[in-house]
Write a protein that binds this ligand. Structure first.
Ligand code: G6P
Length: 472
């Protein structure tokens, strides 16, 4: 492995490094691979090529020298406490996140947050410019870093630059609210290839580019005039998961035994329903709980027969909208449980915690019905994880139409989560679905997920980037 100072021909730039600082067995702090879609998606790619990863270590005020972990060279970008507040919690997660998720929560627009976003994006771009070898490839990720592609191109015109947007890109009518709408588009157009989850996201982006910047758009190509004519490709590359660990864990006897133990622990209900989400207002957790509560109220479901297990992992807790959401969800869970629990049975087993992958797979195996009811979601990898684990061809996926995954997973029970009556009917359909129909649908879902895993995704994106390099 080259020293951590030698430039790399392949560099990933993402807000977070793919590791967390956690207490080790002896009380000392150690690095551990962090959970989350982006990390899970990119780790196999990084280990296969000798890449470097530029990102934030997840704690304010931490200055760290470059280091290696699990075969990946990590180049930390420091953020001060104020920058965490203004760039990460503020502009990224309280302006862009709600705006791009169809203003489910009202976006906050603050000029100081924008200024911090520009400053921090420049720091990431400068770090990447130092890390990348002459003529190398840099792949920038997600909404926290939309200005990096253009900043990096300015510093290093020799590089081939890709950008992948993991979350939705909104329709122009919403996007137009952003006071810095032109700057963000110009930032993204610094890349040679701008990738989105769904065709609709790419269409929305291209429409915004045409309308706001008056650039020529033909199909998926934009001709950028600034700094000499250049072509940018914008199209969909739906992300997936690394299916191998899910398939393998699901076959392990100890994990299967754990799934049986989970069922037992819940009083062996006839059906277990499962929700797994970051505790985020985009995920439709409240809608799901409301529908489930009404089914119990109406006697269409009985607490002796069904339990909803809701894993809601803590997320962005210092952002007001998230703190409020937690209160709302916990109030409604407590009300439903108070009304319906018996001494032996619980309606909702609510877990405000994160779990290791083994435990998640055991939960997926224990679940007869997986509820993914997001109001808006770039992709939703949980849906794909559930499908990957069900080699037994059992289980039903209830999936919101407003997820990127719904474009691919057509054999799921598709729902509009805003329609509570429709959601209730979909839950009943899933609870009562005959084994033969479960297996017919699951077979088709699995084929889709297993044939289009994260390796296929990154190969396709990098091939498009290579094509862009050759076409220059
Ligand atoms: C989404 C985003 C990622 C982000 C993740 C976790 O999946 O697309 O960029 O890393 O959520 O959120 P956090 O704010 O904890 O990084």
């Amino acid at each position: 492995m080259p020293s951590s100072n030698s430039p790399s021909s392949f560099v990933i730039v993402a807000n977070r490094l793919p590791v967390d600082r956690v207490p080790g067995p002896g009380g000392e702090e150690i690095w551990r691979r962090s959970p989350g879609g982006l990390v899970a998606a990119l780790e196999p790619v990084m280990q296969a090529v000798d890449g470097a990863w530029v990102g934030w270590a997840g704690q304010p005020g931490m200055e760290l020298a470059p280091f290696s972990e699990d075969g990946i060279r990590l180049l930390p970008v420091p953020l001060s406490a104020q920058e965490v507040q203004e760039y990460y919690e503020g502009f990224a997660n309280d302006t862009i996140w709600p705006l791009y998720h169809d203003v489910i929560s009202p976006p906050q627009f603050h000029r100081e947050w924008w200024e911090a976003y520009v400053r921090v994006n420049r720091r990431f771009a400068e770090r990447a410019a130092v890390a990348a070898a002459e003529g190398g490839t840099v792949w920038v990720h997600d909404y926290q870093l939309q200005l990096v592609p253009a900043m990096l191109r300015e510093l290093r015109p020799d590089l081939t630059i890709g950008y992948f947007h993991h979350i939705p890109f909104p329709a122009h009518g919403l996007y137009a609210q952003l006071p810095w709408r032109n700057q963000v588009l110009e930032g993204l157009l610094g890349a040679d290839v701008v990738g989105f989850q769904r065709a609709q996201d790419a269409t929305n982006f291209l429409a915004a580019v045409k309308r706001r910047l008056r650039l020529e758009v033909k199909g998926s190509s934009v001709t950028v005039t600034h700094g000499g004519p250049r072509t940018v490709t914008a199209r969909a590359f739906p992300i997936s998961i690394d299916t191998t660990p899910y398939v393998e864990l699901a076959a392990r006897p100890d994990v299967r035994a754990r799934a049986a133990e989970i069922r037992e622990g819940l009083g062996n209900p006839r059906r277990i329903l499962l929700g797994v989400d970051r505790l985020d207002y985009t995920k439709g957790i409240g809608h799901r709980i409301k529908a489930f509560g009404e089914l119990l109220d109406q006697g269409r479901l009985r607490v002796e027969d069904v339990t909803l297990v809701q894993v809601a992992s803590p997320s962005r807790e210092r952002v007001d909208a998230y703190a409020q959401l937690r209160d709302e969800i916990e109030l409604s869970v407590a009300r439903i449980n108070g009304d319906h629990d018996t001494v032996e049975h619980t309606a909702i087993r609510y877990l405000h915690q994160g779990y290791p992958r083994e435990e998640m797979v055991a939960l997926y195996l224990a679940a007869d019905v997986m509820l993914v009811t997001a109001l808006r979601d770039g992709m939703n990898l949980v849906a794909k994880e559930y499908v990957a684990t069900r080699g037994d061809q059992r289980g039903v996926l209830v999936l919101s139409e407003f997820t990127g995954a719904a474009d691919e997973l057509r054999q799921a029970v598709l729902v509009n989560p805003h329609d509570i009556e429709g959601l209730k009917d979909a839950i009943m359909q899933a609870v009562e679905m005959p084994a033969r129909e479960q297996s017919r649908r699951m077979r088709s879902l699995r084929r889709r997920v297993l044939d289009n895993d994260v390796n296929a995704w990154s190969r396709t994106f990098l091939a498009a980037l290579e094509q862009a390099r050759n076409d220059r």
